[in-house]
Design a protein around this ligand. Structure first.
Ligand SMILES: [Zn+2]
Length: 89
């Protein structure tokens, strides 16, 4: 079973070994300002990605919206009546 997932890992490791020297040379040539820009960029990307992938983000959305019991449309969870079919909840 482990041999099935070994292939992609080896490809990834080989790719990293191939690219790493060029990346290091590139970053070393950037100087302090380049390092700062690169670091801030990575931090911002990380924040954006973690916000998008955060499960809490989805949970809040799920709590505020629900399906209408009568027609199944997405409506506000605290709405008294359905916006689409008018069914009283
Ligand atoms: Zn409805």
């Amino acid at each position: 079973m482990s041999s099935q997932s070994l292939g992609p890992k080896l490809i990834a490791i080989g790719f990293a070994i191939l690219v790493a020297p060029y990346l290091i040379a590139f970053y070393l040539s950037l100087g302090p300002v380049g390092w700062t820009v690169a670091g801030v960029s990575i931090i911002l990307i990380g924040i954006a990605v973690s916000l998008r992938e955060s499960p809490g983000y989805d949970d809040v959305d799920r709590l505020e919206r629900t399906n209408c019991d009568a027609c199944g449309s997405r409506i506000d969870a605290d709405a008294d009546t359905c916006d689409y079919c008018g069914a009283v909840r």
